[in-house]
Design a protein around this ligand. Structure first.
Ligand code: ZN
Length: 422
């Protein structure tokens, strides 16, 4: 009798247990994510990157420079690592060294590594000969950082939301003889603040990746500084203890922060951007329509496109185009070098589709040599066109490659490939 009762109880309990297990499984976050950060402020006085006029080395630190890594893994074990850095750009030597080592050490292929620089002009000129020791230690730090982020991987949920922030202004002003570098309130801008929110299994905020499209150049003095992007991350992290804030620079070649040239403005712009990130989160909570929970699969692709030089004394350029796609929720398009805002506006317009992923376009990713003007800017002239003369075919080549890769990733039966990396 007792045994029968026990059996009955067991039978009664079993379906409930397995139903709960199934429920737990269904409720398990669809992703895993890990995040890590490291200070990369030079400990020796190096030259500053960005403005050729500053010949003297840095005189001190206003704010530490950081590198931060976010590792994301989908339910099938596909991984991507996004590496953000308070540096002028991702020069080829750095990209190659880090990409090779993380592939060797962590089996992370180049197409699954996005390296983005905040383009602060108060960071080190780390490609110069006298900065070799710093370059070497930076490489070690970045490779370790990728490993730490992967080590930290644990269940997570991801969502995308966005807001706006207004301090970026177009800096190309038409004159009688062309264009000059001067604030133009009527020029094209992209004020979107895209946000990737990473929460832990209990819903707690773990990381926040956000973007903005504006030169990170409120300041150009002789002190290390992350500028507005550095302050935005610092303020957000202070307001959300335990969470890591990361910045992804957009297509900012012709965008400047205004007002500028006073440290207080860098702080104010940083506060504005951090507040915009908060706004994106609140919009997402209040209007689920504007918060996209992301599901897999995670798919990455990186290919090169050849840009033709318009002058014989300058070589053509193998230009990297990378896309990271989070199912049908979000596609991050990461373009190399200093790209004008036309690319972000055009790609977002052309790739928008009903029920398709949100499109987030970053510049300053995986390579850093030249300005990448659009066909319009090349025709108009001015600094962004004259400093780096490309044949006007470049816009169609880059945009065409993005379409090709985007279509390929959208078709889940096609397998993405990587032709190469930088
Ligand atoms: Zn620049």
């Amino acid at each position: 009798m007792m045994r029968n009762l026990a059996l009955c109880l067991l039978l009664a309990v079993l379906p409930a247990v397995s139903a709960r297990a199934a429920e737990d499984q269904a409720a398990a976050p669809p992703w895993k994510a890990g995040v890590a950060s490291a200070v990369i402020t030079p400990q020796i006085p190096l030259r500053m990157a960005g403005y050729a006029g500053r010949k003297d080395p840095a005189e001190g630190t206003e704010q530490d420079l950081f590198a931060k890594a976010l590792a994301i893994e989908d339910a099938d074990g596909n991984r991507v690592v996004i590496l953000s850095m308070d540096l002028i750009g991702v020069i080829d030597r750095l990209r190659t060294a880090v990409a090779e080592q993380v592939e060797q050490k962590y089996q992370l292929p180049p197409e699954a590594l996005l390296m983005n620089a905040s383009h602060t002009h108060c960071g080190p000129a780390y490609g110069r000969d006298e900065a070799k020791d710093y370059f070497d230690s930076l490489t070690v730090t970045l490779v370790d950082l990728v490993g730490k982020a992967i080590e930290q991987i644990q269940p997570a949920s991801l969502s995308y939301c966005r807001a706006r922030c207004g301090f970026a202004m177009n800096r190309r002003t038409p004159t009688a003889n062309g264009y000059r570098n001067h604030p133009n309130p009527d020029g094209p801008v992209d004020h979107t603040v895209p946000v990737l929110r990473v929460a832990g299994a209990g819903g707690e905020l773990r990381a926040m990746l956000f973007g903005y499209t504006c030169h990170n150049t409120t300041m150009g003095f002789l002190r290390w500084l992350g500028d507005y992007a550095g302050y935005a991350q610092e303020y957000f992290e202070k307001d959300h203890p335990g969470a890591t804030a990361m910045f992804l620079m957009g297509c900012s070649a012709d965008q400047n922060p205004y007002p500028r040239s006073e440290l207080d403005y860098a702080k104010k712009h940083g506060r504005s951007l951090a507040t915009a990130v908060e706004a994106a989160l609140e919009v997402g909570q209040r209007t689920p329509l504007h918060q996209r929970p992301l599901a897999g699969p995670l798919r990455c692709v990186l290919e090169m496109v050849n840009l033709e030089s318009a002058t014989p004394n300058r070589p053509d350029c193998a230009y990297p185009v990378q896309i990271i796609r989070f199912g049908d929720g979000l596609a991050i398009v990461a373009l190399g070098q200093e790209v004008v805002v036309d690319y972000a506006l055009r790609l977002k317009r052309e790739l928008a589709e009903e029920g398709g992923p949100a499109i987030w376009v970053a510049g300053y990713s995986n390579s850093y040599d030249d300005y990448i003007a659009s066909a319009r800017v090349l025709e108009e002239g001015g600094y962004e066109a004259q400093c780096c003369p490309w044949k006007p075919t470049l816009e169609e080549r880059i945009v065409g490659k993005v379409h090709e890769l985007h279509n390929r990733l959208g078709n889940t039966s096609a397998k993405p490939s990587a032709e190469g990396s930088k």
